[in-house]
Design a protein around this ligand. Structure first.
Ligand code: GTP
Length: 293
């Protein structure tokens, strides 16, 4: 495949997952829940902080305090995680790097959320009314780690129900600090899909279902892309001495090295693709960042 290879449908296919009906419903739910909270925690995938953003979240949130949590830092390049942190900070945004599985950064996340919530709690205090706890919600695109983070935060916390007038279902709030309650259901947002490059990043990281795009092509493109900055990782993982000249040769070689051969010695491209995507997503290819600020 050439440098400007055909990306065509991968981006479009991502859109299939989120036809307008789904998007309208997701938006409605988020808008409803946003009314109940004081602070929004937006989860992004540290490997793709740009591609894992939602295009209209900024408009939905308005002036509400908002913080970006770069999740899955364990799978991304440490140096680049730091660069993203500097970048967002330089843009005047609150940002925290976290790992929702082992809990790294979670304490800081709560501290920052608490700080941001003070704007609201201070208002109660100024009015002389008994302050209610500040309320927080988590939003993010599919598979970014929303449930994992909620589970982590609710680990030892207590669930409590708050009846809010005008809301059909009673909302469940998880007490994460004395003065901070977390909405137990996250807001699921659709990703950006106009840009084919974004579609690919979402496919690589598993944000869109493997059913809706060509996994063989995606895996081939992924390997070809990684060979620029992460050739060493590919060579080590698949015991390859030299990166071949074309993406197709590289993909086939990986299949061969993994022993995915059909009768007649032909490489099983489906098995190869599944293995490559799995390796990447599980961190078996090392800590990899697909986007830089
Ligand atoms: N390595 C790593 N994996 C993570 C982390 N956070 C979540 N995951 C994994 O990412 C996958 C998706 O996590 P979920 O918590 O289900 O993500 P979600 O955003 O709730 O997903 P949807 O329900 O599809 O919207 C799971 O396999 C998690 O184990 C993290 O910080 N590091």
């Amino acid at each position: 495949m050439e440098e400007n290879m055909q990306y065509d449908d991968l981006g479009t296919l991502a859109q299939l997952n989120w036809f307008p009906g789904h998007m309208a419903k997701a938006k409605r739910i988020i808008v409803e829940n946003l009314k109940l909270v004081d602070v929004v925690i937006e989860l992004r995938d540290a490997r793709i902080p740009n591609s894992s953003a939602n295009p209209i979240l900024k408009d939905l949130i308005g002036k509400k305090p908002h913080l970006i949590a770069l999740n899955k830092i364990d799978l991304a390049d440490n140096n680049i995680n730091n660069k993203w942190e500097e970048y967002f900070t330089s843009m005047g945004k609150s940002v925290v790097k976290i790992n929702s599985l082992d809990g790294k950064g979670i304490r800081q996340l709560v501290t920052v959320a608490d700080e941001l919530a003070k704007v609201k709690t201070a208002k109660f205090a100024n009015k002389g009314v008994k302050p209610r706890n500040a309320r927080v919600m988590i939003v993010g695109i599919p598979n970014v780690g929303k449930s994992s983070l909620i589970n982590r935060l609710s680990g030892s916390a207590s669930l409590k129900t708050a009846d809010k007038p005008g809301v059909t279902r009673a909302k469940q709030w998880i007490k994460i600090k004395n003065n901070l309650d977390l909405l137990d259901t996250p807001g699921i947002l659709w990703p950006k899909f106009e840009d084919p490059e974004v579609g690919l990043n979402l496919a690589f990281t598993g944000a869109i279902s493997d059913e809706v795009y060509d996994i063989e092509r995606a895996a081939e493109i992924l390997l070809w892309r990684l060979k620029d900055d992460y050739a060493k990782n590919i060579k080590e993982r698949y015991k390859i001495d030299e990166i071949p000249q074309t993406s197709e040769e590289l993909f086939t070689l990986v299949g061969k090295k993994r022993g995915f051969l059909q009768k007649g010695g032909i490489v099983d491209t489906e098995k190869t693709a599944i293995a490559v995507l799995k390796d990447f997503r599980a961190g078996k290819l090392g800590k990899i960042s697909l986007e830089r600020p």
